[in-house]
Design a binder for this molecule. Structure first.
Ligand code: AKG
Length: 290
């Protein structure tokens, strides 16, 4: 029997479909304690936001987004750098080494709106597409609470299209793009303790939360070590460490997650936000490091 967290069959499934659910990556007690840690971190980040759901922007009605909780909430760090998840991601990417792009909690409130179909990669200022996300629903995800839907194979058709989900731009209908038109999304319920992975180019979305309870999700985004910044547009993962276009994306803000010795946890860097990011950070989406 192999100790590897993912089988060759699951890797091939990921390569074919652009998403896969890997079962049993967490123990029950880990799900319980990590869920509590992220709950507390999200509550802390959003402590100054008194707005009701309907008072928020459409994007914020899809979920509350708290980025890089590993930096300012030490109890989240062992989740973001969980060796089993890091190793599984590296195997799925068939990469020699992966770095963390960033982590984020995505908490979809009861009554929260659907998440618009999009690809992740166009939001990131790098051309290399060996990227993927781990999506961890602490209570499991269902059609009722806003599970994810994926367009199978959409990462392999040469589609790379920016969808402005930040302003809920209904003009851009990526599902009608000729490259994937007619391929229905597959909605996937993820059991508690399992992790869903999707490729950075996979078109995906999530349903609304009709469950009456918060959909509690934590995610980690990974990219292959050696990628370079190829675009100038604003992103905290490269702007905070001052990485310029043409430079390798390697800093203490995006540490190697795997291979990494067990127990060798990355040290959160003390990198302040840039003035532009300070202005964008109205509701605790980013850590404030002074
Ligand atoms: O959780 C959601 O509603 C959307 C998640 C997503 O788009 C992502 O993890 O890339």
């Amino acid at each position: 029997m192999s100790d590897a967290p993912v089988s060759e069959e699951l890797i091939e499934q990921f390569e074919r479909d652009g998403f896969v659910v890997v079962p049993g990556l967490f123990t029950e007690s880990e799900v319980e304690s990590f869920g509590r840690a992220v709950d507390a971190a999200v509550a802390d980040r959003s402590r100054n936001d008194q707005r009701a759901l309907h008072e928020r922007s459409p994007y914020e009605q899809s979920f509350r987004q708290c980025i890089n909780l590993w930096e300012d909430h030490p109890e989240v760090l062992p989740l973001t750098f969980h060796p089993k998840i890091s190793e599984a991601a590296t195997m799925l990417a068939r990469a020699p080494a992966l770095r963390l792009w960033h982590d984020q909690a995505l908490y979809k409130e009861a009554g929260g709106r659907y998440t618009e179909p999009h690809q992740d990669q166009p939001y990131w200022p790098m051309d290399e597409t060996n990227t993927l996300s781990a999506w961890i629903p602490f209570d499991g995800s269902t059609r009722d609470n806003g599970c994810m839907g994926y367009v199978p194979g959409s990462h392999r058709v040469g589609l790379r299209r920016f969808v402005n989900i930040f302003t809920a731009d209904e003009q851009v209908k990526i599902l009608e793009d000729p490259k994937i038109e007619g391929v229905p999304p597959v909605y996937v319920e993820v059991p508690r303790g399992s992790v869903a992975f999707h490729h950075g180019l996979t078109v995906h979305m999530a349903g609304p939360n009709r469950s009456g309870r918060m959909r509690r999700v934590h995610t980690m985004i990974y990219f292959r070590d050696g990628a370079t910044r190829t675009k100038p547009y604003v992103h905290p993962s490269v702007d905070r460490p001052g990485i310029k276009v043409g430079e390798a994306i390697s800093s203490d803000l995006t540490p190697i997650v795997w291979p990494r010795a067990i127990g060798d946890w990355p040290k959160p860097p003390r990198m302040p936000l840039t003035p532009v990011l300070e202005r964008l950070n109205a509701h605790g989406a980013l850590p404030t490091i002074k």
